[in-house]
Design a protein around this ligand. Structure first.
Ligand SMILES: *[C@@H]1O[C@H](CO)[C@@H](O)[C@H](O)[C@H]1NC(C)=O
Ligand SMILES: *[C@@H]1O[C@H](CO)[C@@H](O)[C@H](O)[C@H]1NC(C)=O
Length: 474
């Protein structure tokens, strides 16, 4: 008996020590629901619970090419790579991290937040993740029933409309006994991310109530119209006559007003366009001469394959870099920048180079300091020795500054004035200035730097260094 309990005790000890390795990340097996505008907690817990304060916690969208929703690392939130639309709306409760709770609070939920999320937790010796399916529901405006006229047989035409729903709602007509009536025509429209519905129905019974009901998964709104025989009589005699008169008068007035307004608008528009055109012409010729001047400072950049992230392939001539399609997309390299630097560095004067980014939606480019961390783990900022311009799916940024260029650059020119501490970025094809880092102080050599972003990319087209010899004809 004693022997048996000893064995049990030892077994218990072994199981305990193994369980540290057996922590798993759990979320929610069922979809999480929220209404647009509300706050929601997306659950993510380590079971059995251990503190994740010293670990990395990463929330990202699975349905959007591994885009970051929230990142906690080295004890702080690092949201420089965060998707723009989540800015200021995500929060990890640092107190709760101590008990293995990495649930994400998402405030003022938007319809576009609907999707599949991954909560990924990683320590030096362990990592696990869970997937959460998040569904959003938006309740629209109450439906409105309009009497739209009536037909020769005496039927009333009804129109029921409601807008602002998500997902697509069901609209149904019911009579006073709750029996479903089939609509004559149905129409659904999607504006940005909400749905509007419009159904028509003709009532023939003389007395009664008709309901129009609109509903999504958890919500329903209803409108009601009652009709009486008197209504039909009244309408038949007067409405038609009055409405014909009103319609004719209305058409005459609106045609006159419209013509006048249109004339004024066109005049105004015309003079505005003329001055805008002059301004643009002037601006354009100024930028053209700036860029032509910069091009005289163009240096021959060759990428250094030895400095490239292992997931990248640098072409033999050192002019192109692309993502290597690796089978083993392990977690180990999940959050490194896919960067590469030029072979030659510069420690004086001015230099300029151009990179073709046409068609690519994820990239970083610019210059980096000689001694900067080349493991590509740090964030790209002047503090870490990177002066870059970045694009993430249409969002542009220079370090922590969000930019909104009016045109998507196809080819980016990078100009550096070492002594002045200036790094400027230009959209070469459309000739405009994108951004400048000014008053920087450089004390090491600067190297050209290009990068295919962060995370695994699904875009296998290359970034190309343009140096005049591989110029695309324009
Ligand atoms: C986890 O933390 C969130 C707040 O971030 C809290 O609302 C939730 O109740 C916590 N869950 C558990 C199981 O403690
Ligand atoms: C784990 O949860 C239990 C019960 O909820 C709590 O008493 C304990 O302090 C937690 N452990 C850690 C490491 O937070």
């Amino acid at each position: 008996m004693k022997f048996a309990s000893l064995i049990l005790l030892i077994l218990g000890g072994i199981i305990d020590s193994l369980s540290a390795e057996r922590n798993e990340v759990v979320g929610s097996a069922d979809s999480v629901f929220a209404f647009a505008g509300e706050d929601v907690i997306l659950p993510c817990l380590v079971k059995p619970n251990i503190s994740v304060v010293d670990m990395k916690v990463e929330w990202f969208r699975l349905d959007q090419e591994y885009s970051v929703v929230h990142l906690y690392e080295d004890h702080v939130d690092r949201n420089t790579e965060q998707i723009q639309s989540y800015k200021g709306r995500t929060e990890l409760n640092h107190q709760q991290l101590q008990t293995g709770n990495a649930s994400l609070r998402l405030s003022a939920v938007k319809v576009s937040d609907e999707g599949r999320y991954k909560c990924f937790i990683q320590s030096s010796s362990w990592s696990d993740d869970t997937t959460i399916d998040f569904k959003v529901e938006a309740v629209g405006n109450p439906p409105v029933i309009t009497v739209d006229g009536f037909d020769r047989s005496g039927g009333l035409h009804l129109l029921c409309e409601s807008e602002g729903w998500y997902p697509e709602p069901d609209l149904e007509w019911l009579d006073s006994k709750g029996v479903r009536l089939s609509p004559e025509s149905t129409e659904t429209q999607r504006n940005t991310d909400r749905f509007s519905v419009k159904h028509t129905f003709t009532v023939h019974q003389r007395d009664g109530k008709i309901h129009c009901r609109v509903r999504v998964r958890h919500h329903m709104l209803e409108a009601l119209i009652s009709s009486t025989s008197n209504m039909y009589l009244y309408w038949r005699t007067s409405v038609i006559v009055i409405s014909v008169v009103i319609v004719i008068a209305g058409i005459l007035i609106s045609v006159a007003v419209f013509k006048y307004r249109e004339h004024r608008r066109l005049q105004h528009e015309n003079s505005r366009m003329k001055s805008e055109h002059r301004r643009l012409q002037h601006e354009n010729s100024r930028m053209k001469s700036v860029i032509n001047h910069l091009r005289k400072l163009m240096v021959n950049v060759t990428l250094d394959a030895d400095s490239a992230h292992p997931d990248l392939i640098v072409s033999e001539d050192g002019k192109q870099v692309k993502y290597r399609n690796r089978e083993d997309k392990g977690n180990n390299r999940l959050n490194e920048y896919l960067g590469v630097v030029g072979k030659e560095g510069f420690s004086s004067g001015c230099f300029y180079f151009e990179v073709q980014v046409k068609g690519k939606t994820v990239w970083d480019l610019g210059v980096t300091r000689e001694s900067a961390d080349r493991k590509y783990l740090t964030s790209l900022s002047p503090k870490n020795g990177y002066w870059t311009l970045s694009q993430r799916h249409g969002n542009y940024r220079a370090s922590s500054v969000t930019l909104s260029p009016s045109v998507e650059p196809q080819r980016v020119g990078v100009f550096v004035d070492y002594k002045k501490g200036l790094v400027s970025f230009y959209g070469v094809e459309s000739m405009f200035h994108i951004y400048s880092y000014t008053d920087q102080s450089f004390n090491r050599k600067l190297y050209p730097f290009v990068c295919l972003g962060y995370y695994l990319s699904f875009d296998f087209s290359p970034l190309i260094i343009c140096d005049g010899t591989n110029e695309e004809s324009e």
